[in-house]
Write a protein that binds this ligand. Structure first.
Ligand SMILES: Cc1cc2nc3c(=O)[nH]c(=O)nc-3n(C[C@H](O)[C@H](O)[C@H](O)COP(=O)(O)OP(=O)(O)OC[C@H]3O[C@@H](n4cnc5c(N)ncnc54)[C@H](O)[C@@H]3O)c2cc1C
Length: 366
């Protein structure tokens, strides 16, 4: 027989990124309290832009925050794929009104920090979420009817369930899997610049994907169109996971040398002081052990080529809250139902990203 919901302690959510905070808000909307333990001293989002497709925006609507999001987002009219070497248009997709009518919800682009702030405000307003920064979870003890975590500062916290939303280098995932991170030898540089400083070819009503052999540049507006977000990605030939001698700004210039003038103009405006190695893991079929489950990048870290990592984390959060509500007080039944629905879907998305990565980095388009 399954164990029952033990007491009124809040569900523990480890990680206060987009996935963890969406989970906390979704649980609150389902009438379930949560306690978010975040290792950083504050809730912050690194990086800049975020594309959200209708599979995510419909959930933001359901959570009651899409109106707030719409105040700071941009709703692009088109997604345009261009040849990064020759400059020509390869294909384009209308993501405007007709797209919105068809899917019922919009495609939008926004600053990550704006979404995080909206989620934080919404969590605070519910009074059902305890936001607890400066708590790095370092150990987990599962008991008969509850689960406890220890933090680096010596504190202990207990709850009926534990949601590991602790990102691509998840500590909680190591409890149930020893699969290593996969390094694809690709590296990203990203950042925003004010509209007035944007290169002439950048467009503020479109998402531009400049694709080339083993490199690409993505450009789209964020924050009501006040900023241009840019992500430059390339395969580092000097890549070595254990060293820092790869993907340097010199190599960025070198790899983008065949690019057309418009791409080079964008590249000039990209900050060189930080780079992100692209990492992921193949799908696993089990994310759950007893009262612990995973969510977002901790469960299904994927490459960003189809812009679905955060969208899938948002889907996870919604599904988790639905299953908790359906099965409460039976925690294990809720987590089993959550995993049964989410693992196959996210595995398909992880596979699709890899295929898309092959397509956009192909040589000889022109
Ligand atoms: C270049 C790039 C572009 C992308 N673009 C898009 C896009 O356009 N659309 C999209 O949907 N996705 C995109 N993604 C993917 C998206 O960014 C991620 O999938 C998403 O942010 C994952 O959210 P998360 O909450 O699961 O993890 P994270 O955002 O990594 O949050 C994890 C949190 O857990 C905390 N943490 C870690 N360990 C501990 C611990 N032991 N104890 C307590 N706290 C801990 C961390 O500090 C962090 O705050 C992109 C990714 C990249 C790299």
């Amino acid at each position: 027989m399954r164990r029952r919901w033990p007491d009124s302690t809040p569900v523990l959510v480890v990680g206060g990124g987009l996935g963890g905070l969406t989970a906390a808000l979704a649980l609150a909307r389902a009438g379930i309290r949560s306690h978010v333990l975040e290792k950083a001293d504050d809730f912050v989002e690194l990086g800049a832009g975020l594309q959200l497709a209708p599979n995510a925006t419909r959930i933001l609507a359901d959570l009651g925050i899409l109106d707030k999001v719409a105040e700071v987002a941009v709703f692009p009219r088109r997604l345009v794929l261009r040849d990064a070497v020759g400059g020509g248009i390869i294909t384009e997709l209308d993501v405007g009104e007709a797209f919105r009518r068809y899917f019922g919800h919009p495609y939008l682009v926004m600053h990550r920090h704006d979404l995080l702030s909206i989620l934080l405000d919404a969590c605070r307003e519910t009074r059902a979420v305890d936001l607890d920064p400066g708590r790095e979870v370092t150990a987990v003890v599962q008991e008969e009817a509850s689960v406890e975590v220890a933090c680096a500062d010596g504190s202990w916290h207990r709850g009926p369930a534990l949601i590991g939303a602790d990102g691509v280098r998840s500590f909680l995932r190591t409890i149930l899997s020893d699969d290593p991170l996969v390094h694809d030898h690709f590296v990203a540089y990203r950042g925003t610049l004010p509209r007035a400083e944007a290169p002439a070819e950048a467009r503020f009503d479109q998402m531009l994907f400049w694709i080339g052999p083993d490199f690409h540049l993505v450009q789209y507006p964020v924050r009501r169109g006040e900023l241009l977000n840019q992500v430059a990605v390339f395969k580092s030939e000097r890549y070595q996971a254990e060293t820092d001698d790869w993907g340097s700004p010199d190599e960025l210039e070198e790899r983008f040398r065949p690019a057309c003038a418009a791409v080079k103009a964008g590249l000039q405006a990209i900050r060189r002081d930080r780079r992100w190695p692209m990492v992921h893991r193949p799908p696993i079929s089990n994310w759950t052990v007893h009262r612990l489950t995973l969510l977002g990048d901790a469960a299904h870290p994927m490459l960003q080529y189809i812009a679905q990592g955060a969208c899938q984390a948002i889907e996870d959060a919604h599904c988790l809250a639905v299953e908790f509500r359906r099965h409460l007080p039976d925690v294990e039944a809720a987590l089993a139902a959550y995993q049964a629905e989410r693992a196959p879907r996210t595995a398909r998305v992880q596979q699709a990203v890899r295929v898309w990565g092959e397509i956009i980095h192909v040589d000889g388009i022109g």
